[in-house]
Design a protein around this ligand. Structure first.
Ligand code: ADP
Ligand code: SF4
Length: 685
């Protein structure tokens, strides 16, 4: 198909100093959880994006010195020449497809606690960064840099830039964002210096300017020099000579970098989750930059709509459409637009599971794209699939995320696939969950897959029929996949988190009851020890119908959403909805008029009057059909069934990302030779 001329502007080349990006699709630096210890995994992950049409593909943060040590979080390094080869694998993979490779050289300053290197963290004036935030709660405080330390920092940046050039990078960054060292120099609260680097904004910006200059000297006219900078806080501060300090900083540095990469200051606003921010949410902060500099500007905003991208360019907000999450969810986004297949873009849902992988210290995972991080180690290409290994027909029972992904991938391999679901609509858990406050975009998991299934002649869809073991035997498929999901239980836990049985008394509900349309009479207590989104989202939804109190044994509401940047926003939303939050309490009983609570540490008892209790705790696999089929024994074989396999929540309840991955894996591995190990192991070079 031909490209829609409306999108032509997105395919114009852009000059970035001495190098030229072939189009406006720019994968900005983002954490991938792939350190120098996984060089092939990393090269393949980024090479696939170049293949998919991203004109520039960047690294994540690359530390320039052991005093920028983010352990135990994963980060890359370019500390000495031995690190060069690991990065060269990536630049080769990106260049193979005609794209440019960018490297984000990085010094974390007081944000990195140097847990491995044991070097006192560096900072402008010895101020700890966000010291009550769990990630920064270190017990070795930063030290103030002297003039010699500043000279050393400039030397490390220059050495890093030279090594980056030797590794084959085309764009080299100075990174002054997100609390990292050069950014700390910009803020007077952290920069209390009285020398030439502190005081008025022209002094506070000096370090960034010098970092840009030494980088330029190191790379000459071989590479473009980019500045990545956070502007949110500075935009809120009135300037002495301009509307804000952000205007002043950009004016002072205007044409020194070859490229401005502009962003927000904190993870929850920068990588804003879709629950709380729409596409393009950075615009009000970064919209002035192009008016102040003649250099090209790149910015992000979870852009997945080509019309929104065109609008950003035409309205003079951005020159290059930055993408981190959209490039993970669909590495082939640019090519799909280029080929007139924009309706096939697998849009990022803004769940931030990718970010949780980084916080977990492992290679990136994605809810929408199960091949992310698996390109090299499992050989999964996002758009290419092995043909069928047999003429077997496959029956999938259950059309939630696991069943849908399994069906799409089997269909793309060319197998005849039947997908059945008891419900009249496919989508599984997401039929309900996409209607919870803020979760509408998560429905893309279902919509993208349903659209792909409807395009395929080898797919038969059977909604609205609950299948029994006898039904399955009668359907004559060679392989049966059970994707029947999981149900919430009314299980409670003891102080030691031992399961103590179900609280099965009148007035107790689970999210499945709400999915079935029950509205629990108010006042309601929501007791959440699942800790992810469900408890908070249900409390917020029910608050529209009456008084809601949220209780959790954890220290925060939706405590695990710390991993996805959503936690502060969940608290804000619950407070705004009028939900009272009780942390560090567990429910011990309910008599229809009140719940009894115990403090998790002290055991002190209390009561909250209510008519309903919603327990959001433990889920149990719906495996009765699976068990019933296994009990058929030889009858299975007589019915021509060679295998019955559970996937997704029916195997092990979990987040949607795991169900999608499980469904994909089944489909990739069907009829494939059994591998000696689940995946190839990567080693440092
Ligand atoms: P997962 O996250 O693993 O995909 P979900 O709970 O989202 O699981 O989806 C499971 C789906 O399976 C639901 O849509 C449910 O209606 C369907 N289902 C469960 N049991 C049966 C059955 N016996 N026959 C047909 N569909 C079923
Ligand atoms: Fe988008 Fe979620 Fe995938 Fe991250 S994990 S890229 S937020 S869909």
């Amino acid at each position: 198909m031909a490209r829609n001329p409306r999108f032509d502007v997105l395919f114009e080349p852009v000059h970035i100093g001495p190098v030229t990006a072939p189009n406006r699709f720019y994968q900005v630096p983002h954490a991938s959880g792939m350190t120098n210890a996984l060089p092939q995994v990393r090269a393949a992950f980024r090479g696939v994006k170049a293949e998919g049409g991203w004109g520039v593909v960047c690294t994540g943060a690359v530390s320039i010195h052991p005093s920028s040590d983010d352990s135990p979080l994963p980060f890359a390094s370019l500390w000495d020449d031995k690190d060069i080869r690991a990065h060269a694998l990536m630049t080769d993979a990106v260049h193979r497809h005609g794209s440019l490779a960018g490297i984000e050289l990085w010094h974390g300053g007081a944000c990195t606690l140097n847990r491995t290197s044991r070097i006192a963290p560096l900072s402008p004036s010895g101020m700890p960064w966000l010291s009550t935030h769990l990630g920064f709660m270190g017990n070795l405080r930063p030290r103030a840099m002297d003039a010699g330390d500043i000279r050393e920092l400039l030397r490390w940046q220059a050495a890093g830039a030279r090594r980056a050039m030797l590794a084959g990078f085309d764009i080299v960054y100075v990174y002054a964002g997100m609390g990292y060292l050069p950014y700390e120099f910009l803020l007077p609260e952290y920069n209390r210096r009285t020398d030439a680097y502190g005081g008025p904004i022209a002094n506070r910006v000096r370090l960034v300017k010098e970092l840009l200059e030494v980088t330029r000297d190191a790379v000459g006219d071989r590479c473009g020099v980019a500045l990545r900078i956070s502007l949110e806080e500075l935009r809120g501060r009135p300037g002495a000579h301009a509307p804000s300090e952000a205007h002043e900083v950009v004016t002072l540095l205007a044409d020194i970098p070859d490229l401005w990469d502009v962003k927000m200051d904190s993870s929850p606003t920068d990588c804003a989750p879709s629950r709380f921010a729409a596409e393009g949410s950075h615009e009000p902060i970064v919209n002035f930059v192009k008016q102040v500099t003649r250099r090209p500007v790149v910015g992000v905003g979870r852009f997945t709509s080509p019309d929104v991208m065109v609008s950003q360019v035409k309205r003079g907000i951005l020159d290059l459409i930055g993408g981190a999450r959209p490039s993970i969810a669909d590495p082939f986004l640019p090519n799909k637009i280029n080929e007139g297949r924009e309706h096939e873009i697998r849009e990022c849902i803004g769940c931030n599971i990718c970010i949780s992988s980084w916080h977990d210290g492992v290679p990136v995972r994605c809810t929408q794209n199960p091949t992310a991080g698996e390109e090299w180690r499992r050989g999964w290409h996002p758009e290419r699939f092995a043909g069928p290994g047999s003429d077997s027909a496959i029956l999938i029972v259950g059309g939630g995320p696991a069943g849908l992904e399994c069906a799409v991938t089997l269909a793309r391999r060319g197998y005849p696939v039947t997908l059945a679901d008891a419900a009249r609509e496919f989508g599984g858990r997401l039929r309900f969950e996409r209607g919870l406050p803020g979760l509408a975009e998560w429905g893309r998991v279902v919509d993208w897959r349903m659209a792909r299934l409807r395009e395929r002649p080898n797919v038969h869809l059977y909604p609205g029929g609950e299948l029994s073991a006898d039904d399955v035997l009668g359907l004559e498929h060679r392989h049966v996949v059970i994707a029947t999901g999981a149900r919430w239980t009314k299980m409670l836990f003891s102080t030691l988190e031992f399961p103590v049985g179900d609280l099965d008394v009148p007035g107790v509900y689970t999210p499945d009851d709400l999915a079935d349309g029950v509205v629990p009479p108010a006042p309601v207590v929501v007791f959440d020890f699942d800790n992810y989104y469900m408890g908070g989202a249900v409390a917020e939804k029910l608050a529209a119908h009456g008084s809601v109190t949220y209780v959790t044994p954890a220290g925060n509401a939706s405590a695990w959403t710390f991993m996805t940047n959503e936690l502060p926003l969940v608290h804000r939303a619950l407070t705004k909805a009028g939900v009272a939050i009780h942390t560090l309490r567990r429910v011990t009983g309910f008599d229809g008029t009140a719940v009894t609570l115990a403090d998790v540490y002290a055991g002190t008892e209390s009561r909250i009057g209510c008519r309903s209790l919603v327990i959001v705790g433990v889920r149990r696999s719906t495996d009765d059909l699976y068990e019933a089929l296994l009990a058929q024994g030889a009858a299975l074989e007589r019915a021509g069934i060679a295998s019955v396999t559970r996937i997704g929540d029916a195997l092990a309840p979990g987040a949607i990302v795991h169900a999608v991955h499980g469904g994909h894996r089944y489909a990739r591995e069907l009829d494939a030779p059994v591998a000696a190990a689940p995946y190839s192991r990567d080693f440092p070079v």
